[in-house]
Ligand binder design. Structure first.
Ligand SMILES: O=c1ccn([C@H]2C[C@H](O)[C@@H](CO)O2)c(=O)[nH]1
Ligand SMILES: [Zn+2]
Length: 136
C-alpha cells in the first residue's frame, strides 16, 4: 500500500492545529476500510484536560460520518523528531482498528516509520475483555 497520500494529508492537517498553550502542533489523517480519508488536528483548551489530540479528532470525524472501521492512520507532530501517539489515542485506535492497523509516524514527506497497532499497544484492553467477564 502507498502511504504517501495519507502522509501528505497529515502534514496538511497540522496547519489547522489550535495549540496556543503548548505551541505543539499535530496533524493526523485516517484511511477508512472503504478508502475514505478523514483529517484532524489537535484542539487545545484553556482547561487543559479538555484538549483533543489530532488522531482522535480525525478518528472521531470518520466515526461520526459512519466510518467505524479504519485501516491506517498517519500522524505528524514535530518535524525534528518522530512523534508517537499518546496512550489515549492508541486506545481509541484499538476501538476502530484491528491489531494490524497501520500507524504511520511521520517526520516529513520523505521520512516516516510504519508500525502496526499491536507493536505500539501490546496487551490491548478491548470489548472482548468485557464480553469474557459477562455472566450468562
Ligand atoms: O500524539 C499526540 C501527542 C500530543 N498531541 C497534542 C495534545 C496537545 O495539544 C499537544 C501537547 O501535548 O499535542 C497530539 O495531538 N497527538
Ligand atoms: Zn493522543
Amino acid at each position: 500500500m502507498d502511504y504517501k497520500n495519507l502522509v501528505l494529508e497529515a502534514i496538511r492537517a497540522k496547519e489547522g492545529a489550535y495549540a496556543p498553550y503548548s505551541n505543539f502542533k499535530v496533524g493526523a489523517a485516517v484511511l477508512t476500510e472503504d478508502d475514505k480519508v478523514f483529517c484532524g488536528c489537535n484542539i487545545e483548551n484553556a482547561s487543559f484536560g479538555a484538549t483533543n489530540c489530532a488522531e482522535r479528532t480525525a478518528i472521531f470525524k470518520a466515526v461520526s460520518e459512519g466510518h467505524t472501521k479504519i485501516k491506517a492512520i498517519a500522524l505528524i507532530g514535530s518535524d525534528k523528531e518522530y512523534t508517537y501517539p499518546c496512550g489515549i489515542c492508541r486506545q481509541v485506535m484499538s476501538e476502530f482498528g484491528s491489531k494490524d492497523l497501520t500507524v504511520i509516524i511521520v517526520k516529513n514527506e520523505e521520512e516516516y516509520i510504519v508500525k502496526t497497532l499491536e507493536e505500539i499497544l501490546p496487551g490491548t484492553f478491548t470489548k472482548e475483555d468485557l464480553d469474557k467477564n459477562k455472566e450468562i
